[in-house]
Design a protein around this ligand. Structure first.
Ligand SMILES: Cc1cc2nc3c(=O)[nH]c(=O)nc-3n(C[C@H](O)[C@H](O)[C@H](O)COP(=O)(O)O)c2cc1C
Length: 212
């Protein structure tokens, strides 16, 4: 059940052709100063952030951790039932809403303008969503997995969102960033704020920033 106090459904500006900008992300690194064990030990939910933006390197690294491609066959950092990859990842920045394209490791801007405030309203007014410089959103397309696995698909898509989210959270810890997984939000409001397709269900919001 969601906490009380959320605002009326937001009415964001529609995405425009001008918003459809593609940004090639820096190549993700596959070595870092922290071991996996150290990242596991350091991961903590962080809800207060320093007033600095994330770099494109940080944004790209976090997206790669969540859903990056790691083999010529197209397999990804996170496991997926039947390798059907039902997850879509977005990042909400002050400049707009961006959809992650794993294959070119790029971002496509799907909406212009700062939607973090409307997203915060949709997330029952949780402060990290208003205040983080970047909010990652993991959405699932159940139909992609249901075509093969029928009723088992919902379970599989939720498990996969957990895998992707944990990868992102551990990558944030390894980069010295703070993040918190957020499950309390109104699906329809998040869908409207981000301009998600009717087949995309938002499953997780993950605000990320340098810890304050
Ligand atoms: C499924 C799920 C949903 C969560 N939703 C929220 C949320 O809406 N807001 C929030 O501040 N934290 C949320 N959290 C974070 C938990 O509060 C946090 O993981 C817990 O307090 C343990 O702290 P730690 O993450 O620092 O180990 C969520 C965690 C999970 C696993």
């Amino acid at each position: 059940m969601l906490a009380a106090g959320c605002a009326a459904a937001p009415t964001p500006a529609p995405a425009t052709a001008e918003a459809e900008e593609v940004i090639t992300l820096p190549a993700p690194r596959q070595k870092g100063p922290l071991s996996l064990e150290e990242a596991l030990a350091r991961r903590r939910s962080v809800r207060e952030y320093a007033p600095r933006s994330l770099t494109w390197e940080e944004i790209g690294q976090l997206l790669w951790a969540a859903q990056g491609i790691t083999s010529p066959q197209g397999f990804r950092t996170a496991p997926s039932a039947g390798a059907l990859y039902p997850l879509e990842v977005y990042v909400v920045l002050p400049e707009g809403v961006y959809h992650y394209l794993p294959h070119p490791h790029a971002l496509r801007r799907t909406a212009a303008g700062d939607r973090r405030s409307a997203l915060g309203d949709a997330a029952v007014r949780q402060r990290p969503v208003y205040e983080a410089p970047a909010v990652f959103v993991i959405a699932g397309v159940y139909e992609r997995t249901a075509a093969k696995y029928g009723q088992r698909a919902q379970r599989y898509v939720h498990l996969e969102a957990g895998h992707a989210a944990q990868n992102l959270l551990l990558q944030a810890a390894a980069l010295g960033l703070g993040a918190v997984p957020i499950g309390a939000f109104h699906d329809d409001q998040v869908r409207a704020v981000l301009g998600l397709g009717a087949d995309e269900t938002p499953l997780y919001l993950i605000p990320v920033g340098a810890p304050r």
